[in-house]
Write a protein that binds this ligand. Structure first.
Ligand SMILES: Nc1nc2c(ncn2[C@@H]2O[C@H](COP(=O)(O)OP(=O)(O)OP(=O)(O)O)[C@@H](O)[C@H]2O)c(=O)[nH]1
Ligand SMILES: [Mg+2]
Length: 622
């Protein structure tokens, strides 16, 4: 006999994915905001020599499918595959959770109720009588604190009764619930009534002011006068810690890779490796790889954990709350603030996240504009150009602070552009009235620093780095070949860059930079290495060991402050990378919208760069 399939359902942000991860040993993304999980995830949980297949569902408030993720959850619970359902509840707001429990009890015969976040309830002085709850519901009820791995054995023990066929519901209860269903309208109200009656019966609040601290903090973080300034300060702080912290390790890595490179070259000479092969392997693949790693790894290893800490603490929904009215004014959905934040990590992830937006029109707006916030592949470009050209390459505290401010300003420009373009879209091709929704502010939770660091390094940093490496290695080879295969007197690379050079000059860039961005369609991480290689193929040997050398290389190739400004602008305004485009196509199933998502930022970038160049030249600024 196959494994029993058990679904994990519940309201958003109650800890379903945390229960799932603890039981299966997998690493579904969890986060302190509603709507983190958007698809189905399956995993195997072992208990007393038997194994069970668990399915983590997106959060849902009801089984009447109001949005795409709710539909996914409902369809799975009602399907034949799901043999039993664990309904995960939030002990700190039991009444709302119970409403869903009752709906699930109507739809499914085998239900186990898991009252999670019991530690948080205890802390807030909320007491729940589990025995009584079990009696009133007529299904097994288990209290858990999933993050601390408390009570999960009891949960598995309750579930394992499915093997002996003794996982049952009180038949009278089932009958009563089913009879309610005859009248769907009354059913809804009747369930709400019953949930509230049960909650009143089993919940005892011993500390009336339990959430006073949260409310006070919310006031500071979300009120008009302090909300947005604090947001900007936090942004600058995160960037500053990232830039300052990444400096030394980046240099150390670059030096390390240069030394290894020397050894590799010596080794190649000793074994008399043919020159073309040595060039392709070391000057091509190895150099691009080592640049990508030394430039990207340290900032990511700092940025991701910081971001995850804020996310776990519960700050992201407050950002959404602060930006809600601006999105509404732009005719878009406030939840777009959340998908925009996810775009900071990876735009493809931001696109998948747009599933939490119910209205198709607002979802498209969020998709088309997601690319205006720079992802991790683009931060290193911004940081290095800003530091080199506008801060001076000194590695001082003040220097990195100024870099952080400029970087934050660039990001804020991206956010403002998101509003402008959202508004433009909602006035033109995506006309409509913004839907209203009430954003929920989840409680603040103390992040678990250790696990956040481990999780963000393994799940995100190494994942993103690995993807960059997969693209960088072949790209390094291709660009090396382009630079070394000559037709007549010129290399293929020079020929291609010469063709696009006049156009690039109009934008205040040059052919090599534009070429690097075009190849960067594969992944933004490779833009800088390709640009360096492109310049190198025209000049002599160079070892990328410090920003000063890098700056000299750029200056020798005719860079001015205007080139740097345009490079920064083009980094935030250009086409999404191929992974993101593919994700957009998968989400919208429309080549038209994929093209629009490609064209909107691209046209924006080309025209903005042309404008700055035109202005700078007309006023004789360069
Ligand atoms: N204190 C405490 N925090 C928990 C517990 N279980 C989960 N959390 C935290 O609650 C937050 C939400 O957890 P998730 O597992 O992502 O919740 P989810 O139900 O999968 O959320 P969605 O996928 O958005 O529906 C995370 O920050 C978890 O670390 C618990 O038992 N105690
Ligand atoms: Mg989840």
């Amino acid at each position: 006999m196959g494994r029993h399939v058990i679904s994990l359902a519940g309201n958003p942000n109650v800890g379903k994915s945390t229960v799932f991860n603890q039981l299966t040993g997998l690493k579904q993304h969890t986060g302190n905001w509603p709507g983190k999980t958007v698809g189905l995830a399956e995993g195997i949980a072992d208990f007393k020599g038997k194994s069970y297949c668990l399915v983590d569902l997106p959060g849902t408030y009801s089984l009447s499918s109001n949005s795409e993720e709710e539909e996914v959850a409902q369809a799975f619970i009602e399907s034949d595959r799901s043999e039993a359902t664990v309904c995960v509840c939030d002990a700190t707001s039991l009444e709302r959770s119970l409403n869903l429990v009752l709906q699930i009890m109507q739809a499914s015969d085998k239900v186990v109720v898991c009252v999670n976040l019991i530690d948080e309830a205890r802390r807030k002085g909320i007491h729940i009588d589990i025995e009584k709850l079990q009696y009133l519901l007529g299904v097994p009820v288990v209290a858990t604190a999933a993050r601390q791995n408390e009570g999960l054995d009891d949960l598995m023990a309750a579930l394992s009764k499915i093997d002996s066929g003794t996982l049952k519901m009180n038949p009278y209860m089932k009958e009563a619930l089913v009879s309610l269903q005859e009248n769907p309208e009354e059913n809804k109200l009747a369930l709400l009534d019953r949930a509230s009656a049960i909650a009143n019966d089993v919940v005892e609040i011993t500390d009336e002011y339990y959430n006073r601290r949260d409310r006070n903090l919310d006031k500071i973080l979300t009120q008009k006068s302090t909300g947005i300034p604090i947001m900007i300060l936090l942004l600058i702080m995160v960037f500053w810690l990232t830039i300052q912290g990444a400096n030394a390790p980046s240099d150390a890595l670059a030096t390390f890779f240069a030394i290894i490179g020397d050894y590799l070259n010596q080794f190649a000479r000793i074994i008399q490796m043919p020159e073309w092969l040595r060039g392709a392997l070391i000057d091509g693949i190895y150099n691009v790889l080592s640049t990508v790693i030394s430039v990207m790894l340290p900032p990511m290893a700092i940025f991701f954990p910081l971001f995850t800490l804020l996310e776990d603490f519960g700050y992201l929904p407050r950002v959404a709350f602060n930006l809600d009215k601006y999105f509404a004014r732009a005719g878009a959905c406030g939840k777009q603030a959340l998908t925009m934040c996810m775009g900071f990590g990876c735009n493809a992830a931001g696109i998948v996240g747009t599933r939490i937006i119910n209205s198709p029109r607002e979802k498209l707006i969020a998709i088309v504009t997601n690319n205006f916030v720079p992802c991790n592949g683009r931060f290193p470009i911004l940081i290095s150009i800003i530091t080199m050209f506008f801060v001076g390459s000194s590695v001082s505290l003040g220097g990195s602070f100024l870099s952080a401010i400029l970087l934050a300003a660039t990001v804020i420009l991206g956010v403002l552009t998101t509003f402008w373009i959202s508004q433009l879209l909602s006035k033109t091709i995506l006309k409509g009235v913004p839907s209203s929704f009430t954003l929920e502010l989840p409680p603040y939770r103390k992040p678990q620093v250790g696990s956040v660091i481990v999780r963000s390094i393994f799940d995100r940093t190494l994942f993103v780095l690995w993807r960059a490496i997969l693209v960088a290695a072949p790209a390094g080879l291709v660009i090396w070949m382009l630079a070394n295969i000559t037709i007549g007197d010129y290399s293929l690379l020079t020929r291609v860059t010469d063709v696009i050079d006049p156009f690039a000059r109009l934008m205040g860039l040059d052919g090599t930079i534009l070429m690097a961005f075009i190849l960067g369609l594969l992944a933004n991480e490779i833009v800088i290495p390709i640009m360096v290689m492109g310049y190198l193929s025209k000049s002599t040997l160079f070892e990328f060991e410090s920003l000063d050398q890098f700056k000299n290389l750029l200056l020798n190739n005719g860079w001015t402050w205007l080139t740097a400004v345009n490079m920064i602008l083009f980094t935030i305004y250009h086409w999404p990378c191929s992974t993101t485009l593919l994700t957009i196509y998968k989400e919208t199933k429309s080549s038209k919208w994929t093209w629009i998502s490609f064209l909107v930022p691209t046209l924006m970038g080309v025209s903005v760069c042309m404008l700055t160049t035109f202005l700078a030249h007309s006023f004789n600024l360069v």
